[in-house]
Design a protein around this ligand. Structure first.
Ligand code: ME8
Length: 637
């Protein structure tokens, strides 16, 4: 039996351009699809746009156009964005597609005929932003929690779906199927909504008030209300009620959303599916929110981060890596370009980029750029490296299916760092000098080449471009999407004698000098041996500034440390190990040189954001300062 995988993203409203929140969900769905393809699954990956509703009609009116032209334009923006982010979706559905309209009308008629849709008067509190009625209980200080606005009173005759009669079934289903809604906090949230009696769901709008929707097949004075229309896309894209895709993929369906639309997906949708007599979707995976430094992204405050603005500066894979490494799936995360630069320079350019270029440069030098055979039997260093390879393989296979991408990446980086350490410990350049060690050198270099190849295989779901580039340069001409773990995840599959290509650096560094340091600590870095030379760009990643010491204090319980407040155009607290050589009072007013973009660290519980430079003179230590006083904040270059 072929293994199958079906994943969907929300269909995004066409009232706003794609931003990093949309990009994140879609990239996560892409990683999961690519991972399952790598594992030999037949996969189907669906995304699309939600074209109907009040909000879109309003946005179109504000833009001076009709809803359809407006929806076409923004929907196309989404459609055109995804290939630029390397999204491998199999289908793109719009709620204005005839195939969708057909399925929605079929379902409405079926549910109506069986008596689960009825007509009634309804009076309630309505939020225009959410396009739904709210109960008093759901409001926070009388306001919609999402839009911070008071809902308006509205009364109208409408059609309702008998959602309430499925409440007990839904509670037991969620209780009996712990992996139905994940992570657990969102499962609990849905169960807690369900502790209160569920009301029936209003599913229509009178056509005079909203004509931009799908007409009810049994009453053309009404159109469907947003959720009854939108949620059905997950079935209409499979060709429900007929179709091979439906039969093949519905039993393994998985929806991916953020926490904002938990209730429609965790409550409305399973009850709708139940009314249709279908088995529920298999899993709902819910992630948190990306926030910018200003808080929630908002168009009106100009705090929306658009992925296409970032790509030319940082490159696609740095962007994908950052999103996947930084967010713990299920929790909120902060987005800042400083943190992105930090990850790019440290993890990609430094750790991964160095390993790859060192390995290829040594292969070029010692083996004329050809993959050597394995030589002597493994020794202790080899075994440590292979143990990390095994651990990373286990982590990769366990963590990705759980959406714990950050953990999978941390483990891949543990392998990269183990290989960098292996180079430093084994010193292939010394083996090269000794003809008696040629056999050992073959093993060492082959191990390194295999680690690089396996790293590329692990990276195929996350960073498909980089993975493919790495494979090509290791002499394997395979597209990332053709890599299969069963075959390519095995050790030792490089072809002996295959030519490797030294090429350029995988990730050019981005100068963070203007960004005033990173805000977030990252994974602990491997110990670096000082290389013989560094490119000028490496030096430029350091943001060295002249500052004036404003305050200096002893750090309690420490003989060595002083806490300094240094003016570098802004005030910085740094902790320096100079107490043996300087008294606090001697330092105030002195000029010093500060590494301003060093990762923040805590020393004896005191935060240090930077490092002052000093020179060792015998047993004494002397601070470094410019020969003539300069303005605080001046850059050292
Ligand atoms: O709700 N952080 O569409 P929508 C993370 N049309 N993800 C975010 C985000 C953020 N700050 N902002 C948005 C709709 N998202 C309906 C869905 S589905 C049948 C109908 C992502 O355009 C996240 O996936 O408001 C969230 O669930 C979705 O965009 C909401 O998209």
């Amino acid at each position: 039996m072929t293994k199958r995988f079906y994943i969907t993203t929300p269909i995004y409203y066409v009232n706003a351009e794609p931003h990093i929140g949309h990009a994140y969900t879609t990239i996560v769905a892409d990683v999961m699809s690519r991972f399952h393809r790598l594992m030999g699954y037949r996969t189907h990956f669906l995304t699309g746009t939600d074209d109907h509703g009040d909000k879109i009609a309003q946005a179109a009116a504000e833009a001076g156009t009709d809803p359809k032209s407006y929806a076409d334009r923004i929907s196309n923006l989404f459609r055109e964005t995804w290939p630029k982010l390397n999204i491998s979706n199999d289908d793109f559905i719009r709620t204005t597609d005839p195939r969708h309209i057909k399925t929605v009308q079929y379902i409405l008629q079926k549910v109506y005929d069986q008596g689960d849709i009825y007509f009634s008067n309804y009076k309630g509190l309505y939020c225009v932003g959410c396009e739904r009625f709210y109960t008093e209980r759901e409001l926070v200080d009388g306001k919609c929690p999402d839009h911070d606005k008071k809902p308006v009173e509205r009364e109208e005759a409408n059609y309702f779906f008998r959602m309430s009669q499925y409440q007990d079934w839904l509670i037991s289903y969620i209780r009996e199927n712990p992996d139905f809604i994940q992570p657990e906090r969102y499962r609990n949230e849905v169960l807690s909504f369900l502790r209160e009696p569920l009301e029936d769901l209003c599913i229509s709008r009178p056509i005079q008030r909203l004509s931009w929707g799908i007409p009810l097949p049994f009453d053309d004075r009404y159109v469907t209300y947003v959720w009854f229309d939108a949620l059905i896309n997950y079935l209409s894209a499979l060709g429900y009620p007929d179709g091979d895709l439906f039969r093949e993929y519905w039993p393994v369906s998985r929806h991916l959303i953020a926490k904002d639309i938990l209730k429609p997906h965790g409550i409305y949708w399973p009850t709708m599916i139940r009314a249709l007599g279908l088995p529920p979707f298999r899993h709902l995976n819910v992630h948190g929110y990306w926030k910018t430094e200003e808080g929630k992204m908002s168009k009106s405050h100009g705090t929306v981060v658009r992925p296409l603005d970032l790509l030319p500066v940082y490159g696609l894979d740095a962007f994908r890596y950052f999103l996947l490494r930084e967010m713990v799936f299920g929790l909120d995360a902060g987005f800042s370009e400083e943190a992105l630069v930090q990850r790019l320079n440290a993890d990609l350019a430094n750790d991964l980029g160095n390993l790859f270029s060192r390995t290829l440069a040594m292969t070029a030098k010692y083996f004329q750029g050809k993959v050597p055979p394995f030589g002597s039997d493994p020794d202790e260093n080899d075994r440590a490296l292979l143990a990390q390879r095994d651990q990373t393989t286990v982590d990769f296979l366990e963590e990705v299916p759980r959406f714990a991408f950050h953990k999978a990446l941390i483990s891949i980086w543990a392998l990269i760092n183990a290989a960098n350490k292996y180079i430093d410990q084994v010193g292939p350049w010394q083996l090269f000098k000794d003809p008696g060690k040629a056999d050992r050198l073959r093993t060492v270099m082959r191990n390194l080449l295999e680690v690089n190849r396996l790293t590329a295989v692990f990276l195929t779901p996350f960073l498909p471009d980089t993975a493919e580039k790495m494979l090509h340069r290791l002499g394997i001409s395979k597209a990332a999407s053709d890599v299969r773990f069963e075959e390519d995840g095995r050790w030792g599959t490089l072809r002996e004698g295959a030519p490797v290509d030294k090429g350029e650096a995988l990730f050019p560094r981005v100068d963070s000098a203007q960004k005033q340091g990173a805000k977030r600590p990252t994974v602990p870095k491997k110990e670096e041996k000082t290389p013989d030379t560094v490119p000028i760009d490496t030096f430029r990643t350091l943001d060295l500034r002249v500052g004036v010491v404003k305050e200096a204090h002893n750090v309690p319980k420490s003989q060595k440390l002083l806490r300094l407040i240094v003016d570098i155009g802004e005030e910085r607290q740094v902790v320096a190990g100079i107490a043996q050589w300087y008294k606090p009072a001697d330092l105030v007013g002195k000029q010093v040189v500060l590494v301003a973009n060093l990762q923040p660290a805590k020393l004896m519980g005191v935060e240090s954001r930077g490092m002052v430079l000093a020179v060792q003179d015998g047993t004494a230590l002397r601070l470094i300062a410019p020969a003539e006083p300069v303005a605080p904040g001046s850059r050292v270059s």
